[in-house]
Design a protein around this ligand. Structure first.
Ligand code: NAP
Length: 261
């Protein structure tokens, strides 16, 4: 895949962690002229910091930031963001990175997560918002080649103790993107479910601190202490190689460790 095109790029969860690094590295590769970058998150100061970082490496590239709470975001919020950040301009490709995500309450076992108020908010943040944003993205960029990336995980395809919340939303979200890939297979939409490996971010710090299963806590602690946990830069570089090599089929689940480059 040639990334150097006039691109509309939107990244959710771009204020920190993997999303911020994806935005930085992709911004450097898309065409400097005629492209637009849109960063979503809640923390506006961190979004501004991410924007300033892009401006130092790619001066002149327009970057829009929006503070949006995905726990309660509505279809109209996504439509408004896409349109006000240039969704009607002419681009050669539109890319959406569905990166924002939360690990949920890892202190509870699967038999203890039945609080529907919590579940509704958690699913809205991690599943409903991603689906809704994606539908608006597909509508606004109808007729333009599109790349749709979902930040997946091993937990979407394998059960992990302490992660009943997380495994279920990640499985649901990945299946949505697989159906999308199946339906849009003959068209102009390429879908990738990318599992980034285990990364040193606030998410893994939280799991290490809160998981009820001591084996899960130990697994994260050992990787952090041995410095075998990946950095956001490492996984983003691998992701870009996967895109450039283009050896995956639309809808595939590609893990950091897969040799698809
Ligand atoms: N870290 C790993 O080892 C790992 C492994 C596999 C998959 N992943 C996936 O990779 C993605 C990024 O993970 P990460 O480790 O980078 O996580 P992180 O450091 O915790 O960052 C999460 C991002 O999501 C945003 N976010 C969280 N809750 C939000 C909400 N309610 N509304 C709007 N934005 C929200 C955060 O921004 P604000 O705080 O500004 O809202 C932040 O930018 C997730 O989908 C995760 O499941 C991570």
């Amino acid at each position: 895949m040639d990334l150097k095109q006039r691109t509309y790029l939107l990244v959710t969860g771009a204020s920190r962690g993997i999303g911020r690094e994806f935005a930085q590295q992709l911004a450097r590769r898309i065409a400097a002229e005629g492209s637009v970058v849109t960063l979503l998150g809640r923390n506006q100061p961190l979004l501004e910091e991410a924007k300033a970082q892009i401006a130092t490496t790619t001066p002149g590239l327009p970057v829009y930031t929006y503070s949006l709470e995905l726990e309660s975001a509505k279809t109209e919020d996504f439509a408004q963001i896409l349109e006000s950040s240039g969704g009607k301009k002419s681009f050669e490709r539109a890319i959406v990175i569905h990166n924002a995500g939360t690990v949920g309450d890892t202190s509870k076992r699967a038999k203890e997560i039945g609080n529907t108020d919590y579940l509704q908010k958690y699913y809205h943040t991690n599943v409903f918002s991603a689906i809704s944003l994606n539908c608006e993205f597909m509508r606004v960029f109808q007729g333009i080649p599109k790349l749709v990336v979902n930040l997946s995980t091993l937990a979407a395809i394998a059960p992990i103790s302490s992660m009943a919340h997380y495994c279920t939303v990640k499985a649901a979200r990945e299946m949505y993107f697989r159906v999308l890939a199946t339906e849009e297979s003959s068209k102009d939409t390429l879908v990738l479910n990318y599992a980034p490996g285990v990364i040193d971010t606030q998410m893994t710090v939280q799991v290490q601190r809160e998981a009820h299963d001591p084996a899960v806590v130990a697994m994260f602690r050992e990787q952090r202490e041995a410095k075998t946990m990946l950095t956001t830069a490492q996984t983003t570089e691998r992701f870009i190689k996967v895109l450039e090599a283009l050896k995956f089929k639309s809808g595939d689940h590609v893990d950091y460790r897969d040799a698809l480059i």
